[in-house]
Design a protein around this ligand. Structure first.
Ligand code: S3P
Length: 180
């Protein structure tokens, strides 16, 4: 039987703008693990950006690709896996990630998220008027999904990348369930 010590991946979950990509790159370098971002695999596979996938094929099509690529990465070992903000919405993704990964949830306040994403047009779900309201609404809906999926939660709002990475490493090391 697979024990929890066999989990050699770390999967980062959290809302858009919670710092998953920047933290993930640094965390992977620190722990000498491969860095993989599910959104990058999807865009490389399709050859078009995520905004275009949403516009031309719709969100359902994107979510299907997300399920396919989460399945692939969850089968590999020794990686830091950066998920998209909506990955947690499909339970199958979390079930698959949990088989091989410690799941780390990065939180950020709506105001900080707004600051981080307001000049970015690459996120189709936030390309709208009333961005702050949209963030608050989506976050309120998704919060329970993130919380249910998380093994470890780290607040990012007022912290530098290095501090967040250090905290994740400490939390994983002191957690008997993981063997990082
Ligand atoms: C999404 C988040 C995005 C990307 C897509 C959908 C979401 O990833 O997967 O635009 O539903 O929250 P980031 O969290 O990296 O921005």
């Amino acid at each position: 039987m697979k024990t929890i010590k066999n989990k050699t991946n770390i999967a980062l979950i959290g809302f858009m703008g919670s710092g998953k990509s920047s933290v993930g790159k640094k965390l992977a370098a620190e722990l000498n693990k491969n860095f993989v971002e599910v959104d990058d695999l999807i865009t490389a596979h399709k050859g078009i950006p995520i905004t275009q996938i949403f516009a031309e094929e719709g969100e359902i099509s994107f979510r299907e690709l997300e399920i396919e690529f989460v399945k692939k990465v969850a089968q590999q070992k020794n990686q830091v896996i950066v998920t998209g903000g909506g990955t947690v919405l499909n339970k199958i993704n979390i079930d698959r990630l949990r088989q091989s990964s410690a799941v780390v949830y990065l939180t950020a306040s709506p105001r900080i998220i707004l600051q981080r994403v307001c000049n970015d047009t690459t996120r189709p779900l936030l390309n709208t008027e009333g961005q702050f309201e949209r963030i608050k609404e989506l976050l309120a809906f998704r919060k329970p999904y993130y919380e249910r999926a998380a093994d470890i939660t780290v607040k990012t709002s007022r912290l530098k990348i290095d501090t967040i990475v250090a905290r994740i490493i400490i939390r994983l090391r002191e957690d008997e369930r993981f063997n990082q």
